[in-house]
Design a protein around this ligand. Structure first.
Ligand code: DHK
Length: 148
C-alpha cells in the first residue's frame, strides 16, 4: 500500500469557480480534485485531497501527512502570507513539499509577495491556475522516497 500525496488547500478555495474567477479561474475545487486524481494515477500515485478554512485543521493534516503521506502539495491560500503555525508543521516533516498558488502572487498585492510556506517548500508553482496542481504532482514524483 503506497502512502498518498497530501494535497492541502486553505481558506476560501472552497469558493473556486465563484470567487474572483478573473484571478482564480473558473475551475472548481472539486474539478481540481478530479484532475489531480486522474493525473496522480498516471504517475502511480494516490492522493489525499483536503480543504479547510481553519488554520489548525491544516496543521492537523500536515501532521497526519508526516506519518501517513509520501509528500505534500500545499496551497495554503491566505495563510501562505501569515501562518508561522503552518510553517512550523511543515518544518517538522521530512516529506518533500511543493507550494502551489493558482494566481501569480508576485504580480499581485505586495502583502501577497511574502510566503512563509516557501521556507519549507522544495519549490513553488504559481500563476498557472488549476494546471499548477498537475505541474506540482510532476515536480513531486521524483522527490518521493522509494520506500514510501
Ligand atoms: O493564488 C492562490 O491560489 C492564492 C489563494 C488565495 O486565496 C490568496 O489568499 C493567495 O494570496 C493566493
Amino acid at each position: 500500500m503506497t502512502k498518498p500525496v497530501y494535497i492541502l488547500n486553505g481558506p476560501n478555495l472552497n469558493l473556486l469557480g465563484q470567487r474572483q474567477p478573473e484571478i482564480y479561474g473558473a475551475t472548481t475545487l472539486e474539478d481540481i480534485k478530479s484532475l489531480c486524481d486522474n493525473h496522480a494515477a498516471t504517475l502511480g500515485l494516490e492522493i489525499a485531497f483536503h480543504q479547510s478554512n481553519h488554520e489548525g485543521v491544516l496543521v492537523d493534516w500536515i501532521q497526519e501527512a508526516r506519518v501517513k503521506g509520501c509528500g505534500i502539495i500545499l496551497n495554503a491560500a491566505a495563510y501562505t502570507h501569515t501562518s508561522v503555525a503552518i510553517l512550523d508543521a511543515l518544518l517538522a516533516s521530512d516529506l518533500p513539499i511543493i507550494e502551489v498558488h493558482l494566481s501569480n502572487i508576485h504580480q499581485r498585492d505586495t502583502f501577497r509577495h511574502h510566503s512563509y510556506v516557501s521556507k519549507a517548500a522544495k519549490g513553488m508553482i504559481c500563476g498557472f491556475g488549476a494546471q499548477g496542481y498537475i505541474l506540482a504532482l510532476d515536480a513531486l514524483k521524483p522527490l518521493i522516497a522509494p520506500s514510501s
